[in-house]
Design a protein around this ligand. Structure first.
Ligand code: FAD
Length: 380
C-alpha cells in the first residue's frame, strides 16, 4: 500500500482545494452540520455547488470522459474527496446517483443508457433515488413485493418503498421490483423509473434529527418504458449486490473522512488539563480508529485502481466506521455535557445522525453475517 503522496498528487490536491473553495464561495455555501439534505437554502446551494463543480470538470472524476467524467484514477478521486471533506462536504448532493446508480450503469448499462443518464446525473440536472427497501423487506431484501409487469410497450409497477433517500426530489428511481415467477432473489429486476408521473406518490418522513431526508414512495400502476431494464430481466440481484458493494466502499469515503475531521476537532477542543485517564484513553482509541480506517480506505482505493473487487473489506470498514463514528460522537456529547469540550448542540446533532449509519447500506448485523460467511467461512 502506497502511503506517501507524490508531488503530482499534491499538485492535484492543491488544484482540487482551490476549485472547491472557489466554487463554495461562488454559490455562498459554508459547512453546516446538516448530514442529509439540510433546509431549502442549504439544498439549493449544495445543488448549485455540484453543478458548478461539474462545469469545472470535477464531478465523476474516475468516470469515463465520454460520459462527462474526468477519466482519472480512484486515487485522484480520493484526494478530491479528502479536500471536499476538509471543506465540510460529507456527501455530494446527488449522492445516490454518484455513489450507486452511476457505478451500476457503468457496469451493467447499455450504451444508450450510459449516454442518456450519466451526464445529467453528474451535472445534478437529474436527481436519483434508490427504491430497494419496503415496509416488510429491509434486511431481507429478496422478499420484496413491489411488482412490475409488461403491458405493451411499458412496464406497469405497483407496490410501496420506504426509507427512500431524496425520494421527494428525485427525477428517477433505481427500482428493484419483482418481475418473474421465480421465488426470492431469482425473480427480481432493476428498472430505471421516471418519478414525475401520476402513478407515483411520495411522502417525506421526519427524522429524530429534525431533517426530512427520506420518504415513503407508493407505485400505483406507475409506468416505465420497456427498455428501462438495467442488466437482465430477472437478473436484478446481481446488479443490486454490485451496487450495494459499491455503496459500502467508495460511496462512504467522504463520510469516513468526516470521522477523521471530527476526531481531530474533538481532540483539539478537549480540556486536557481537566480530563481524567479514562477520557484520555477514549480519545486515543478514537484517534487510532480514525487512522486505521484511513488506511483501510486507501487499501480499497488501490484495489479499485488495480481493477480488483473490494469485496468483504467494504463490509468490514462499513461496520468499523459506523461504530467508531457512534462511539466518537457519544464521547463528544458526554465531554461537552461535562464542560470538557465545546459545541454541545452540534455534537448532539452529529450523534443523532450517526445512529443511522449502522442501519443504512445494510445493517451492521447483516454485514457481520456476510463477513462471517464470506471471509471466515462460517456456516449460514
Ligand atoms: C439514513 C437512511 C437512509 C436510507 N436510504 C435508503 C434508500 O435510499 N433506499 C432504500 O431502499 N433504503 C434505504 N434505507 C433503508 C435501509 O436500507 C434499511 O433500513 C435496512 O436495510 C434495514 O432494513 P429494515 O429497516 O427493514 O430493518 P429490518 O430488516 O427489519 O431489521 C431490524 C433489525 O433486525 C436485524 N436483522 C434482520 N435480519 C437479520 C439477520 N438475518 N441476522 C441478524 N440480524 C438481523 C437488523 O440488523 C436490525 O437490527 C435507508 C436507511 C437509513 C437509516
Amino acid at each position: 500500500m502506497t502511503e506517501v503522496y507524490t508531488i503530482e498528487d499534491q499538485r492535484f490536491r492543491l488544484a482540487a482545494r482551490i476549485a472547491l473553495e472557489e466554487s463554495a464561495l461562488e454559490v455562498g455555501w459554508t459547512a453546516s452540520t446538516a448530514l442529509g439534505n439540510g433546509d431549502e437554502v442549504e439544498r439549493e446551494r449544495r445543488r448549485m455547488l455540484d453543478r458548478l463543480l461539474f462545469a469545472k470538470g470535477w464531478m465523476g472524476l474516475a468516470w469515463p470522459v465520454q460520459y462527462g467524467g474526468g477519466g482519472r484514477s480512484q486515487r485522484e478521486y480520493a484526494i478530491l474527496a479528502e479536500e471536499a471533506s476538509r471543506l465540510g462536504l460529507s456527501t455530494w448532493y446527488n449522492r445516490i446517483a454518484l455513489g450507486i446508480v452511476g457505478p451500476a450503469l457503468l457496469m451493467f448499462g447499455s450504451e444508450a443508457q450510459k449516454e442518456r443518464f450519466l451526464r445529467p446525473a453528474l451535472a445534478c440536472d437529474e436527481i436519483w433515488c434508490q427504491g430497494f427497501s419496503e415496509p416488510n423487506a429491509g434486511s431481507d431484501l429478496a422478499s420484496l413485493r413491489t411488482r412490475a409487469v409488461v403491458d405493451g410497450h411499458e412496464w406497469r409497477i405497483s407496490g410501496q418503498k420506504i426509507w427512500t433517500t431524496l425520494g421527494n426530489e428525485a427525477d428517477y428511481c433505481f427500482l428493484l421490483a419483482r418481475t418473474g415467477s421465480q421465488p426470492r432473489h431469482r425473480g427480481l429486476t432493476v428498472l430505471l423509473v421516471p418519478m414525475h408521473q401520476t402513478g407515483i406518490e411520495v411522502r417525506t418522513i421526519k427524522q429524530m434529527n429534525g431533517e426530512e431526508e427520506f420518504c415513503e414512495v407508493w407505485f400505483d400502476e406507475a409506468r416505465a418504458p420497456r427498455d428501462a431494464v438495467l442488466g437482465e430481466i430477472d437478473g436484478g440481484w446481481t446488479v443490486t449486490m454490485s451496487a450495494l458493494t459499491y455503496e459500502r466502499s467508495l460511496y462512504l469515503l467522504q463520510r469516513q473522512l468526516r470521522l477523521r475531521r471530527l476526531t481531530d476537532e474533538l481532540i483539539e477542543g478537549v480540556d486536557w488539563l481537566n480530563a481524567d485517564d479514562a477520557v484520555k484513553d477514549a480519545l486515543i482509541d478514537a484517534d487510532i480508529a480514525s487512522t486505521s480506517l484511513g488506511l483501510c480506505m486507501r487499501d480499497q482505493i488501490e484495489r479499485l485502481d488495480r481493477g480488483e473487487p473490494v469485496g468483504v473489506y467494504g463490509n468490514a470498514s462499513k461496520v468499523y466506521w459506523s461504530e467508531s463514528y457512534q462511539k466518537l460522537t457519544r464521547l463528544a456529547v458526554d465531554l461537552a455535557m461535562a464542560g470538557l469540550a465545546p459545541g454541545r448542540e452540534a455534537w448532539v446533532k452529529e450523534h443523532y445522525s450517526s445512529l443511522a449509519t449502522s442501519i443504512y447500506a445494510g445493517t451492521n448485523e447483516i454485514q457481520r453475517n456476510i463477513i462471517s460467511e464470506q471471509a471466515l467461512g462460517m456456516p449460514r
